[in-house]
Design a protein around this ligand. Structure first.
Ligand code: SF4
Length: 322
């Protein structure tokens, strides 16, 4: 069996749960903010990954938590590894096993979705980045046919499914989001579709600006015409590093060293990654960060809090961790 790069595990201080951060990705999203997409980490088999995750949980929580989130990078790249990981998590008694994926591999490999569910997967979060094939290829480097297929296949299994789309002004705007919602409604009228605002601050490429609240609201209205369960995000674990309610997380590296990491630590990691990836000095990245519209984030949060019921809280508490 192959090994996967494991960047780290994350443990929550709020509620016992563990995130598995696997490295490498088959997409090249222009707006990606995940250093994990570029590979690296410690190469581990699924058994080794499970062993170290278990040791980390026992050391910190004194027991295994009920919830495991498998994320990256892209967790589906090595099917055998992922099946073994999910099977092992179920055998260890995890009640909720959640996969966060771009869907591409699941949609192009026969029975991948159903086998994952048979192995113990309880929930999947899939990014549908664009409905138009040309936009999808431009943004990710890959076709979206497999992604849409993954949505259908996962829906057929009957597990909990959340679809996420990032609003990117001029690229994936309200009309494009409505197309996605329309498609989703043909698969399952009750599908949950979360719309997240793009933020250029930590994006690999600053392809566009942050959308306004009005733009996001308009996209929500169009999506909600087709899907009663459309949601505007309070936080997004993929492309929107909104400051979460919790201030720190416990990061456990594969050598089992622990570090309490704050939002600032996360920012520093991303700044270092962007500086290297874009080959520009850290100071320039920092300047962009300082220009970032923190007020907007606060404003958005306030609007969201004020305007429930159309703004539903995410079904799972991702808190921006990945
Ligand atoms: S946003 Fe997600 S799918 Fe896209 S390149 Fe980054 S890690 Fe991969």
């Amino acid at each position: 069996m192959g090994k996967r790069g494991v960047q780290y595990f994350t443990l929550s201080e709020i509620e016992p749960r563990i995130w598995f951060m696997l490295t490498g990705c088959d997409f090249c999203c222009k707006g990606c903010f995940r250093p994990a997409r570029d590979g690296g980490g410690t190469l581990l088999s699924a058994e080794e990954t499970l062993e170290r995750a278990e040791q980390a949980c026992l050391k910190y929580y004194g027991q295994l938590p009920p919830k495991a989130m498998i994320t990256g990078g892209e967790p589906t790249l090595d099917r055998e590894y992922l099946m073994a990981l999910v099977t092992g998590l179920k055998a260890k008694g995890f009640k909720e096993i959640i996969l966060m994926s771009n869907g591409y591999e699941i949609g192009q490999q026969e029975n991948y979705a159903s086998e994952l569910v048979d192995a113990g997967l309880t929930e999947a979060h899939i990014d549908v980045k664009a409905f138009s094939e040309d936009i999808h290829i431009w943004y990710t480097g890959k076709s979206n046919k497999q992604v849409l297929n993954a949505v259908r296949m996962l829906n057929d299994t009957g597990i909990e499914l959340l679809i996420q789309t990032v609003y990117m002004p001029g690229i994936v705007d309200d009309k494009e989001i409505e197309r996605i919602a329309e498609f989703l409604s043909t698969v399952n009228k009750a599908m949950k579709h979360r719309i997240n605002p793009f933020t250029p601050t930590f994006a690999f490429e600053e392809v566009t600006r942050r959308p306004t609240i009005e733009e996001i609201e308009q996209a929500y209205k169009l999506a909600a015409k087709h899907l009663p369960n459309a949601i505007i995000s309070r936080s997004c674990y993929r492309e929107y590093p909104t400051p979460p309610a919790q201030e720190t997380w416990i990061t456990v590296y594969p050598d089992l060293t622990f570090k309490q990491r704050s939002i600032k630590d996360q920012e520093e990691d991303r700044i270092a990654w962007l500086s290297q990836a874009r080959a520009i000095p850290k100071e320039e990245i920092l300047q962009a960060l300082n220009r970032a519209d923190v007020g907007y984030v606060q404003e958005l949060t306030e609007v969201i809090m004020k305007k429930s019921p159309i703004y539903l809280a995410p079904s799972t508490n991702q808190k921006g961790v990945k």
